[in-house]
Design a protein around this ligand. Structure first.
Ligand code: COA
Length: 383
């Protein structure tokens, strides 16, 4: 019988990983030893993909290799376009992404080889990283009755993503903002979606199955889906003056304030601090401060309330809290916030899959059975 029942696996360490270090009490995050503050705004997303995969920052030559390898793999098969077109226009974009990635697996000859063949595994994982932006952008276009815009191989990952969404080249500020966002969310220890990916891979299933599991897990509002719910909250509050009463009413009703709280961080999430500054800069530049200011008012009220009344909970804004205002200001529709999170986190998912396949053991915890025991069977006629 298991000695400990730990609902939610809190603080349970199930593997070693060299990818990212999350220090919850100190509010620190680093990728392979590099603090997130030094990477965000300074390293490109492609550099961070290389870092997470290889454990070292790339040289110029290595960066050129990963950049062109990703660019060469962006196209998705016509049949996957067909799958995305076949979905109802009101399908949630995370459902479309999950379906698209699952369908992609059927067209990749490396998919079934990947668990046992490292070269095939790396090819498949690179394709997944390169094609998640394409699936996201294609579905965004087709659900609005617009033609998909083919990817360009002469643009970086973020610039190409914006090009596929809008059909025009984005300016350097927009590209930098998206790239910084992608760097910030690229990996985060054994978060729920990464864990899902690793659980699936640990059965020696293929990488497309593992990433499909991860996307399904990221979608939930307690994980990546929180960013969309934060935007709904900011919109429903509507004005800075209404924020305090709205938050206190939710707390009174024992409802959760989305974008607040974290399983590991018991202080400010370092990514939230950076996103808050990004949001502030966007508000300054555009002159449109509404959602930024509502977000500040919500955070102040919630943090203050919990610090005074439930200090043991240690609730602070998490990464999804300021993501909402940042992505909204960048013109991203709110139901595409979580797919954009996936565009980033797939860097970490794939890095963790490399670790998992290379040193695999089935992940299989136990449940403590608490139902009835030793019951005499009664045939259906006698019930
Ligand atoms: N608003 C209000 N109360 C919250 C809260 C929030 N956002 N987050 C946690 N709490 C409270 C719970 O109600 C619970 O209170 P109780 O002891 O009175 O029952 C307590 O804190 C512990 O909650 P629990 O769900 O056990 O903590 P957890 O470690 O599992 O929670 C989250 C982590 C992220 C799931 C949780 O903070 C949450 O739901 N946040 C909102 C969703 C979100 O932003 N998710 C994105 C995370 S990056």
């Amino acid at each position: 019988m298991p000695a400990v029942t730990n609902r939610g696996l809190e603080n349970v360490v199930v593997a070693e990983s060299k990818k990212s270090k999350v220090e919850g009490l100190e509010g620190r995050l680093s990728y392979s030893g590099f603090p997130i503050e030094d990477l965000a705004g300074h390293a490109t997303f492609e550099e961070v993909i290389w870092l997470l995969w290889e454990g070292e920052l790339p040289t110029r030559g290595e960066l050129a290799i990963i950049t062109s390898a990703l660019a060469a793999e962006r196209e998705i098969p016509d049949a996957v376009h067909g799958v995305l077109r076949a979905l109802p226009a009101d399908t949630h974009p995370m459902t479309a992404l999950r379906t698209g990635v699952s369908a992609l697996g059927a067209f990749d000859p490396d998919a079934e080889l990947a668990p046992d063949d490292e070269a095939a595994r790396r090819r498949a994982l690179l394709r997944i990283v390169a094609r998640i932006p394409t699936i996201t952008a294609v579905f965004e276009r087709v659900r609005k009755d617009k033609s998909p815009i083919p990817p360009r191989d002469d643009l970086g990952h973020s610039a190409n993503m914006l090009f596929m969404l809008n059909g025009t080249e984005a300016g350097p500020a927009a590209v930098r903002a998206l790239d910084t966002y992608l760097v910030l969310l690229a990996d985060h220890g054994f978060n729920a979606s990464t864990f899902s990916a690793r659980v699936t891979a640990a059965t020696k299933s293929d990488p497309y199955s593992a990433i499909t599991s991860a996307i399904g897990t990221l979608k939930g509002p307690l994980h990546g889906g929180a960013n969309e719910r934060v935007m709904e909250m900011l919109e429903s509050i509507g004005s800075v003056d209404a924020a305090e009463a709205w938050v206190l009413d939710k707390i009174e009703k024992k409802e959760r304030i989305m974008g607040i709280g974290h399983r590991v961080y018991k202080t400010t999430d370092p990514r939230a601090a950076i996103l808050r500054r990004m949001s502030e800069a966007q508000a300054e530049e555009s002159g449109d401060r509404l959602y930024h200011d509502i977000a500040l008012a919500v955070a102040d009220t919630a943090v203050d309330f919990f610090a005074k009344n439930r200090p043991e909970l240690m609730l602070y804004p998490n990464v999804d809290f300021y993501s909402a205002a940042v992505l909204h200001a960048a013109g991203v529709p709110s139901d595409q916030f979580t797919p954009l999170f996936a565009v980033s986190r797939v860097a970490g998912w794939t890095a963790h899959l490399l670790e998992q396949y290379a040193d695999n053991r089935l992940i299989r915890p136990r449940a403590e059975y608490t139902g009835p025991t030793n019951r005499p069977f009664v045939s259906i006629d006698a019930r």
